[in-house]
Design a protein around this ligand. Structure first.
Ligand code: SAH
Length: 241
């Protein structure tokens, strides 16, 4: 997958040079090209912002440098503006964006972006949550990371994301590693039993239990196997009693 990263702080992309995403970049499983709207500013100070019409606080990113930046990108794919006013990103958005071979991600700054640029150039506005950050770069990094880890070959074991939280609308249950006893707390015995079927049942159960406890809203749209459904009914009936 190819990412076009439109930002006035292109150095921020260095945050992705670590861990599995860093390896994906090295292996060319993903590529990221930075575009700085300052390079497309027509004024001598390389300004890309100006004060808002009608007054008010802060500055607004001008439409022109952003439009020229986008015009310079040959293969844009889907054009996404990171914005607190956009759709909150869920696993559903990640899965549908994975069908694109290229995405262009625009990072706003200051009070945001001139609305006319959004109308003419942006396909979709996306948010990382109902709060405001000072720039779109961290949301863009989150989006690139979430997409990249689902690209075949990026995670060592392809199955590792298939059991992640939000795959199939369930949260993943708790996980444990050595030592067996930590500050007097034991690892659940079943995980030490070596009985793969029982361990698998335990994992399904703990994932269902965690979803009931923390995100019961997810259960409305979950698609369960027969086994999962039986275990869920069991858990729910115990809860009601
Ligand atoms: N004044 C605007 C917020 C501007 S924040 C408002 O009240 O709606 C500056 C930039 O940070 C935005 O243009 C956007 O690109 C980015 N940003 C801030 N919060 C974000 C969020 N929750 N999700 C995605 N991008 C965000």
């Amino acid at each position: 997958m190819r990412f076009n990263f439109v930002t006035i702080f292109p150095e921020i992309i260095k945050f992705l040079e670590f861990g599995v995403i860093g390896k994906a970049l090295e292996k060319d499983l993903i590529s990221i090209n930075e575009y700085n709207p300052r390079d497309f500013s027509k004024n001598s100070n390389k300004n890309i912002d100006d004060s808002p019409y009608g007054g008010g606080e802060g500055m607004v990113m001008m439409a022109e440098p952003l439009a020229s930046t986008l015009k310079s990108i040959k293969n844009k794919g889907k054009v996404i503006l990171m914005s607190p006013q956009g759709e909150n990103i869920t696993n559903f958005h990640i899965n549908s964006l994975l069908e694109e071979s290229t995405v262009t991600i625009i990072c706003g700054r200051y009070e945001g972006v001139d609305e006319r640029f959004i109308e003419n150039y942006v396909d979709v506005e996306m948010s990382v949550g109902d709060f405001v950050l000072s720039g779109g770069e961290i949301p863009a990094l989150a989006l690139i990371d979430a997409l990249s880890r689902k690209i075949p070959g990026v995670l060592g074991n392809q199955k590792s994301f298939e059991n992640d939280s939000y795959e199939n609308n369930l949260l993943k249950g708790p996980v444990y590693t050595r030592p067996q006893n930590f500050e007097g707390m034991e690892v659940p015995e079943i995980l030490l039993s070596g009985d793969h079927e029982k361990i698998n049942d335990w994992k399904i159960l703990s994932s269902l239990q965690r979803t009931i406890d923390r995100r019961p809203d997810l259960l409305d749209s979950v698609k369960l196997t027969k086994k999962q459904k039986k275990l869920l009914d069991n858990l729910l009936s115990k809860r009601i009693l």
